[in-house]
Design a protein around this ligand. Structure first.
Ligand code: V55
Ligand code: FE
Length: 495
């Protein structure tokens, strides 16, 4: 194909942009507090080439790394391709050579054995290095100053896992990064690798264990005592892949699992706890210890939220009929056979964020995206195909909920939290809002304008205190990360 399909994966804010851009001194409406000094890195899937197959999906697009650099109230914007092995092979050929999402059996024979990962999911900062990650491969290191790709990261050969999650968890007090890879032993292996990197970025442990079925494990959680993998029944199947089919299919009749072990312990100490049947979670908010109790807060839905993962499992349900809630699972680890107690915490939604210092510890606020039914028809785009249109702040202790609305028909993407050093100040959120109405008569992708909103993290209902006008209609972000100036200045790679 040389033309792009006209499906939800390629229209609205998923319209291919395919451009590396640098813009200095974006227009700022209002004033950005001087303490907001650093970089907001964003993972943006985009298509370097039209896909090989008409039914291609947004999760399969090449990774781009974008950055809003904020300094002295001024904002610069940059976006560049992550130059993966796959990107380079296709660049040379001037066309797509890799076929369906996570299915190498659909590739052009010329790229057999070439690493397929696209690094399109999360920018991760740890120990002075920036990585672009996707769960089907290893991360690629990016120079945070130039956005150039430095190469694949394997801890100087120490890491054996072939995959690295897009959702590692960093303990802000110890500086350690806890992470895992699933399908760690290669395509459709049932191995999970659990790794810890110390505050200086050295791999200090890697242990492997097996999962009960071949699930997609997008995220996990840590507490001060435990590492925990919630496992949901969206499964892979090698025979289906060989037949050219989907990597993932949701299995509505299969139970979920919690795998829990001491975070510095041995995988032999793992406890397996059975959970509800058929449910799905992509992102956990947080988890923490409360005496012998462990609370795990999740963005739970009653089936898989991605239509193509449902349909591959023979589940035909309208996107708008999917039920869910921000949900707390509590287990009592003093019991020989702990069970999951479940209660709702808040309205449905996804893309949760936490202040870095709250990771794995008792916390009293979090933010996530949701759908406001009064917000007008949602803008198409994003990984699922429909964008969120509301940002929520929740206090999990008491259920207090506040909402940041956006203009009718606008889309909002996952925020980052910027802490303040002022006592009692909750810091800020930065989030990209895509506002309908581009220049008169302009067609896609110029029919909306992307703005970076600066919001008081504890008073989101008051609306933005500053808006940065990019003058562009940006393609949908997946996840983002905030990196302070102090950290950027101490980066391992220099500008
Ligand atoms: C997700 C995103 C992915 C992926 C698997 O948000 C799951 C969930 C952007 O890529 O490959
Ligand atoms: Fe994610």
């Amino acid at each position: 194909m040389t033309a792009f399909p006209q499906t939800i994966h390629f229209i609205g804010s998923n319209f291919p942009r395919r451009a590396e851009i640098s813009v200095r001194d974006l227009e700022v409406e209002g004033e950005i507090p001087a303490e907001i000094d650093g970089a907001f890195f964003r993972a943006v899937p985009d298509n370097a080439h039209a896909p090989m197959f008409e039914d291609d999906i947004a999760l399969n697009a090449d990774g781009m790394v974008a950055r809003f650099n904020i300094e002295g109230g001024a904002v610069d914007f940059d976006i560049k391709w992550v130059e993966t092995e796959r990107y380079q092979a296709e660049k040379t050929a001037r066309r797509a050579l890799f076929g369906r999402y996570r299915n190498p059996f659909t590739d052009d024979p010329s790229v057999a054995g070439v690493d397929r990962t696209v690094s399109n999911t999360t920018p991760v900062w740890h120990a002075g290095r920036l990585f672009m990650t996707k769960e089907d491969g290893r991360g690629y290191e990016i120079n945070p100053h130039t956005l150039e790709t430095a190469g694949k990261w394997d801890y100087y050969g120490a890491m054996k896992s072939e995959t690295f999650t897009a959702h590692p968890r960093i303990d802000a007090q110890t500086g350690e990064m806890f992470f895992f890879g699933y399908e760690a032993g290669g395509l459709c292996s049932d191995d999970i690798a659990y790794g810890i990197a110390d505050k200086d970025g050295n791999l200090i442990s890697e242990q492997w264990f097996k999962q009960p079925y071949l699930a997609t494990i997008h995220d996990f959680v840590i507490t001060e005592k435990y590492a925990i993998w919630p496992i949901f029944p969206t499964t892979a199947n090698l025979e289906r892949l060989k037949a050219g089919g989907a990597h993932w299919a949701h299995e509505q009749d299969l139970e979920s699992w919690l795998a829990i072990m001491p975070r510095y312990g041995k995988v032999e100490e793992m406890k397996w706890i059975k959970g509800p049947v058929g449910v799905s979670v992509f992102h956990e908010v947080n988890a923490y210890d409360d005496g012998d109790l462990v609370h795990i807060d999740l963005c739970l839905t009653d089936t898989n939220a991605f239509s193509f993962m449902r349909e591959a499992g023979g589940i035909h349900r309208d996107q708008r009929e999917i039920q869910g809630a921000l949900t707390r699972w509590t287990i009592d680890m003093s019991k020989d056979e702990p069970v999951i107690e479940e209660r709702p915490l808040g309205p449905p939604g996804d893309l949760p964020r936490l202040a870095d210092v709250d990771q794995g510890r008792p916390y009293n606020r979090a933010w996530y995206l949701s759908m406001n039914p009064q917000g007008g028809p949602p803008m198409p785009g994003g990984p699922v195909g429909i964008n969120f249109n509301a940002l929520m702040r929740i206090e999990p202790g008491n259920g207090r909920l506040t909402v940041l609305g956006v203009p009718p028909g606008a889309a909002i993407s996952e925020p980052v939290h910027v802490p303040s050093s002022e006592a009692g100040h909750g810091g800020w959120l930065l989030t990209v809002v895509d506002v309908p109405n581009g220049p008169p008569g302009a067609g896609p992708p110029h029919d909306y304008a992307s703005e970076l909103w600066v919001v008081l993290a504890d008073e989101i209902e008051k609306g933005p205190i500053a808006k940065v006008k990019t003058g562009l209609a940006l393609r949908s972000q997946v996840h983002g990360s905030w990196v302070s100036r102090a950290r950027l200045d101490q980066s391992k790679l220099k500008g």
